[in-house]
Design a protein around this ligand. Structure first.
Ligand code: PCD
Length: 786
């Protein structure tokens, strides 16, 4: 077997190309980069959640040897940089001038010769704060006497961050409820949690005063979009800004927003004329960068004749002090209205109100396509609540209510068009892997012995791959992706993408797409991304959009090259285009397989001095911009088995079964890795992760000592299965998958805990995280731990 035959050409379980450097510790992360003459920046942060700033005295800090500059809001005002736009059309203070609005807010930036001096100098800055009442509870922020947080905004008289947003049909929903035979209501909170990537956020800004060129090194998920924002903010032309994102130690949505620290680093470099490096520490990351979730939801669900018919949801979205929620502009609550789930409903209605509180801004899509996680959690908890009330098996109720295979494409009651699916089949595969009937028997036996075993189910549908330009933009930028493919004379190829990997394995999978389409071995295809000077424009990686959008772009650009190759093949073989057929890696004459020419020979010819088809200029390359016609709708059936210790209330996830359908899998091994990672995160969210505040607005989870993330001890061996329902509009039939496991797993685990506790302890709802203290309190009949 030749070396090439050993490896799959195209789709398959190819080992990740990038891992060769990662497992040898040779990744090139932001903190590995040192530029000549580089200075360091540190940020002074507010100790108060809400306080007026009377004065800031920087003289002692400036006097410290090694300190080059101290920047405050006043300095930024003179540069027109005191406030910056957020990705939700709000404004956010780069450095606080009038007052601070959350604990950890940026107040001043020190630039010094090394990072230790910069940090020492922070302590010498004297800020005169006048503390104000803080409000951290979004419901209380709506009270008439609540302190006004955004008095900087003209005409703002309350803490509402935007007008109420609605989807669905209110009257039709009222009718469905009036006709229903069972109605259940719940108040459900998806608490504030944090993406907490391995590498925190940071930037090196390098402004060259001679040329006016701004070079930026940064780990962000959308380099082109960031460049456009900086161009506007700093008044520079885009081509004078180059952003390079090297290896990124995880993004998870946390690296989508533009943070004040970035703008300070840029301002610092423009003022100082030397490269400025800023990297936040873990506490800064947890306390001030994009949090996730924080949705307070009220919901009612109803059924008629044993089938779910209607859903009503009223949400308060807590946005913190500035609305920097990540979502396409036309969707103020992201894709939350996908809350009708995987069910064929008669009607539904959703209302979302956004509120300012004295908490860090964010609302990022932590492994979630813009609030789909909150939506899936809500509907899957509500379906279980309904099953409890109806005294039916939660899988039975789902099976009776699913959208049926022959109903796709299916238009939901809130306006989505789901592309394809066979939900019943996927659910059955999960039941088989779990041995569902046996599990229920085991549970009955254990219950009789007083043991607390729970089986929890969730079934999710996501919409990923934002998005069609007719529906979606961010800050006026349409959500399309470019791809550029060049085949060199040697037959090696470079594909340049606008999407940006943070660890997902794009260097491998995008090479596999070219390989699948052209027959060039993936090791000969170099994937380029993360450098705005070397890659086409596009909106980046989040919302599992890389495969649906950039993946499609790469397939289409490869096909363009294949078409060009066909014309060249016809010239070489002296035949007509229509007489040629394609098999992976070569064009051959129909009916005579022997007479063919490989992509390598075609490439050679493309660069040679020999004759080319008429109109050909030589070389072999192509460019595209891909505008997806719709989102892709991956889905999955998850089953969690938990044991709750009756003595300690500790929840152990004993088994976790995940059957995902993301259409055609480019690299099944990478897909499974994505699912493992996302499930681990989902277990963390369900069991332990939460950002909480005391009444004064002090953040109580500002380090990994008190923001707990899961380890191998909490995570079982996952049992995975798959079904494959191709996406009808994606050129490869693929759907996104990166986020699915994080979306689907929390409701399965919470449903399992409720299933364990309902019969014996009457617990019919409990908000996450399922910490021992919280579960114990619920077992004693209390809503909250003492
Ligand atoms: N795939 C395949 N097939 C299919 C699909 C998919 O193969 N069908 C694969 C691809 O290629 C890649 C992956 O898998 O590699 C993924 O993909 P997707 O789904 O498309 O996605 P993306 O776009 O790429 O990514 C994104 C995601 C997200 S969103 C998140 S969060 C996370 C995930 O991803 N993040 C991360 N994962 C991960 N991983 C890692 N390692 N790191 C990170 O950071 Mo957001 O919105 O941002 O929140």
């Amino acid at each position: 077997m030749s070396a090439i035959e050993d490896r799959p050409i195209g789709f398959g379980r190819l080992k990740r190309k990038e891992d060769a450097r990662f497992i040898r510790g040779q990744g090139n992360y932001l903190d590995d980069i040192r530029l000549p003459g580089m200075v360091h920046m540190a940020i002074l942060r507010s100790p108060f959640a809400h306080a007026r700033i009377n004065s800031i005295d920087t003289s002692a800090a400036l006097a410290l040897p090694g300190v080059a500059a101290v920047i405050t809001a006043k300095d930024l005002e003179t540069l027109g940089l005191a406030w910056m736009p957020t990705i939700s059309y709000d404004t956010q203070a780069v450095l606080a001038g009038d007052k601070v609005r959350f604990q950890g807010q940026e107040v001043a930036a020190v630039i010094a010769t090394d990072e230790y001096i910069a940090r020492d100098a922070l302590q010498l800055i004297d800020v005169d704060y006048e503390p104000l009442d803080a409000v951290v509870n979004a419901r209380k922020a709506l009270d008439a006497d609540a302190p006004l947080i955004r008095d900087d905004k003209e005409g703002q008289i309350d803490n509402l961050a935007s007008p109420t947003w609605e989807a669905g049909d209110e009257d039709a929903t009222d009718k469905a409820f009036a006709e229903a035979d069972t109605v259940v209501a719940r108040d459900i909170i998806y608490p504030r949690c944090h993406p907490a990537p391995l590498e925190t956020c940071g930037m090196i800004a390098d402004f060259n005063p001679e040329t006016g060129q701004l070079d930026i090194y940064n780990g962000n998920q959308a380099p082109h979009a960031h460049r456009t924002v900086y161009a506007h903010v700093a008044g520079l032309a885009e081509h004078m800004i180059r952003i390079r994102c090297g290896d990124i130690g995880g993004g998870f949505g946390n690296k989508v927003p533009v943070y004040p620290g970035y703008v300070c680093a840029i301002a610092g470099s423009i003022v100082a004329g030397v490269p400025v490096k800023w990297i936040e520490d873990r506490s800064e990351n947890l306390m001030s960068t994009g949090f996730a979730r924080d949705y307070i939801m009220k919901s009612e669900i109803c059924a008629k004749d044993g089938k779910i018919t209607g859903l009503r949801v009223d949400v308060i979205a807590d946005h913190g002090a500035f609305d920097s929620t990540a979502q396409p502009t036309k969707f103020p609550a992201g894709f939350f209205h996908i809350v009708c789930g995987s069910y064929d409903l008669q009607a539904s209605h959703v209302k979302v109100k956004a509120v300012y509180t004295n908490k860090a801004p964010g609302g990022v899509a932590y492994r979630c396509s813009f609030r789909i996680t909150e939506a899936v959690y809500l509907v899957e908890r509500m379906v279980d609540a309904l099953a409890l009330e109806m005294k039916v098996d939660p899988i039975d109720l789902r099976m009776r209510s699913f959208i049926k295979e022959d109903q796709f494409p299916y238009e939901t009651t809130t306006g989505w068009t789901y592309d394809s699916g066979d939900y019943h089949k996927t659910m059955r595969v999960a039941m088989d892997i779990a041995g569902y009937e046996d599990l229920r028997r085991e549970q009955a036996e254990k219950r009789a012995r007083g043991e607390l075993m729970g089986i929890g189910v969730s079934f999710f549908t996501e919409g990923v791959g934002a998005g069609p330009r007719k529906h979606m933009d961010i800050l006026g930028l349409s959500m399309n992706d470019g791809a550029d493919l060049r085949i060199h004379p040697s037959g090696k190829a470079v594909v340049s993408l606008s999407a940006q990997t943070q660890g997902q394995g794009h260097e491998t999978t995008f090479a596999q797409i070219v390989a699948e389409e052209l027959g060039i071995p993936p090791e000969d295809v170099e994937v380029r991304h993360g450098d705005t000077d070397k890659s086409p424009y596009g909106l980046g990686t989040y919302g599992s959009r890389s495969t649906p959008v950039s993946g499609a772009a790469v397939a289409v650009v490869s096909r363009k090259v294949r078409d060009k190759a066909r014309a060249i093949a016809a010239t070489i073989l002296e035949t007509r285009l229509e007489d040629l057929a394609w098999e992976k890696g070569r064009w051959y004459v129909k009916g005579d397989r022997e007479q063919g020419v490989s992509i390598f020979d075609i490439t050679k010819r493309a660069y040679s001095g020999e004759a080319l088809p008429e109109g050909f200029e030589g070389g072999l390359d192509a460019q595209v911009i891909y505008d997806p016609p719709n989102l892709t709708y991956p889905y999955g059936a998850y089953i969690a088995v938990v044991d709750v210790d009756p003595e300690t209330a500790h929840v152990k996830v004993r088994r976790f079964i995940a059957v995902d359908d993301c259409g055609v899998r480019i690299n099944p091994m990478i897909v499974e890795g994505q699912i493992h990672g996302g499930l681990a995160e989902g277990i963390g969210i369900a069991l332990m992760e939460v950002i909480t505040f005391d009444a004064e607005g002090n953040c109580l989870n500002g380090s990994f000592m008190d923001y707990l993330i899961p380890t191998a001890l909490e995570v079982p061996d996952f049992e995975l299965g798959e079904t494959v329902t191709p996406c009808p509009h994606h050129p490869l039939g693929a759907k996104g998958v990166g986020e699915s496991p994080n979306v689907g797993s929390p409701p399965a685990i919470v449903n399992a805990v409720i299933d364990a506790l309902y019969e014996s302890h009457g617990v019919d709802h409990l908000d996450m995280p399922m910490t021992p203290a919280r579960v114990w309190a619920a077992m004693q009949g209390n809503a909250e731990p003492p």
